[in-house]
Design a protein around this ligand. Sequence first.
Ligand code: 5GP
Length: 181
Amino acid sequence: MNSVRLHDLSFEQFITEEEVDQAVQRLADEMRVKYEGKRPLFIGVLNGAFYFATELLKRLPIECEITFVKVASYHGTSSTGHVLDLIGLNERIEGRHVVVLEDIVDTGNTVRHILDALAHLRPASISIAALLFKPDAYKHDMPIEHVAIRIPNVFVVGSGLDHDGLGRNLTGIYRITGPTS
Ligand code: 5GP
């Protein structure tokens, strides 16, 4: 399937499932070297990161823990900048090597908020891993250490990302082409 309609918008595929798989495998290989023996705690940011977390973790055969948090609701095709508190984090963070898993980093406001909240809990280290990163939209200084795929500043769905609830189960990545006719 190369094009799809979700609600009022049309999308076309521009990254295939195979390309996503290869990019996640490269990332997993890189992270295995860094985190082997450190028993990292992966924190997936719901809802979007469920897909990336699964694809990454099944390729990362190291001792690790995985949990999920919810921070924000996001509607429409641009980032609102409004985020809520971390919901659902019950693990002890102090002294742990923490890796935040994001579906996409756009402006970076969401990961900035999460890193600030986690830093107070005194982890041994914190890093960010993102399936997708939009460098042209990014507004912050902190490094996004682990990025699977860099994309232009366009609205995308698939591989966990939605448009008003639809599209998360599409494999590969689809970019907006316009309103449906
Ligand atoms: P940021 O705070 O980095 O600007 O945006 C982070 C959140 O905005 C992501 O977790 C995601 O929910 C949403 N977002 C940003 N860009 C896109 C996009 O291209 N497609 C979709 N579906 N969501 C996006």
